[in-house]
Design a protein around this ligand. Sequence first.
Ligand SMILES: Cc1ncc(COP(=O)(O)O)c(C=O)c1O
Length: 414
Amino acid sequence: MKAQTTSLHGGYGKESGTGATAVPIFQTVAYAHGTAEELADIFEGRTPGYIYTRIANPTTYALELRLAELEGGIGCIATSSGMAAITTVAVSLLKSGDHIVSASGIFGGTVSLFKNVLSRFGVESTLVDAADKVQFSRAVTERTKLVFIETIGNPQMVVPDVPAIAAIAREANIPLVVDNTVTTPFLFKAAEYGADLIIHSTSKFINGHGTAIGGAIIDTGNYNWRNGLFEDIKKLTKKAGQMAFMAHLRNLIYRDLGCCPSPLNSFLMIQGLESLGLRMNRHCSNAKKLAVFLQGHQKAKWINYPGLSASPDFQKVKKLFGGKGGGLLTFSLGDKRRAFKFIDSVKLAKNLANFGDAKTLVIHPSSTIFHEFSSSEKLELGVTEDMIRVSTGIEDFEDIKNDFEQAIEKAWED
Ligand SMILES: Cc1ncc(COP(=O)(O)O)c(C=O)c1O
């Protein structure tokens, strides 16, 4: 099936036995079984079945199947948030003494997890310029166990050369983890370009309406766990083959971290997925129009949107994302004071810490998402004081433009 069809039908057929066309919400903690032996068999993995929603749930499972299919992966585990997905991957692969090589200019929460949380458990990380593949190969050491990138760095908006970085990771036998939140499978087929594991914050475009927090981990099947760096997963391949990583998560890490989504939130993600393709087209076309408008606006000092032909990343956008630059852009009105005045003056756009909502959103990253970072760290992450981030919604473009036009004028009034 093609992506739009998969997003409507993938992972769910006649399972409910009722003919319900929407995936039912199995709002339950646990699952009763007829005999003690039956439940014991499920615990032992001798027969398939549900035990407890922290481990698996039928609504969440439908979401997992659909996401795996959309990403061309062999398996998926849905989590309670995007951060939970990244944490679960990190805990499943790393131990004290290990090292992460990560693109810089990515989501502040991920940087903080690497720098402030994992460091407490003896895991070091090196951030490198996402635009410079040479820096990735230089940063890899024999202790490196994970390479991490975002497809379009949020908020630096740099598009890494994914196939080149995948080749570097493959050469060193290190899994490449690709956060595909900003592009979604409708713009970027990460598995086809060498991603080993794919991360989503489903709270963003997949949910699409700002109604639920969630995340997902997809194993693309590209990493050979049999010959991998991870002894415990390697052992599991004897029984589980290429599904060893999924088994490692489901039967140990995910089970024990306790970061499952609520069944209701899984339902909301499934509902969001149904219109994801249509919304992404509209997010991208509105963002492109807004970028062109801002590019031609005398009072906008700079604009960063990889979908603009003037962007240094445009060739990569053409090659990797079919020419679509995504729904996010950043721009400047010269300084922080004007950025604040602009945000205070928009009437349609909402000032909040999220993106991928159907509604247009704006934020001043430096004083919000990145507020706890030092000036030099912000600089390294590409977060400047004058930066305004926009998540372009699916409204009629004229209304977005009019809102921005009047707010830019107000920002420039003394
Ligand atoms: C690219 C990216 N990945 C992951 C996350 C974390 O996701 P969540 O907020 O669902 O935990 C975010 C959050 O903004 C993000 O922007």
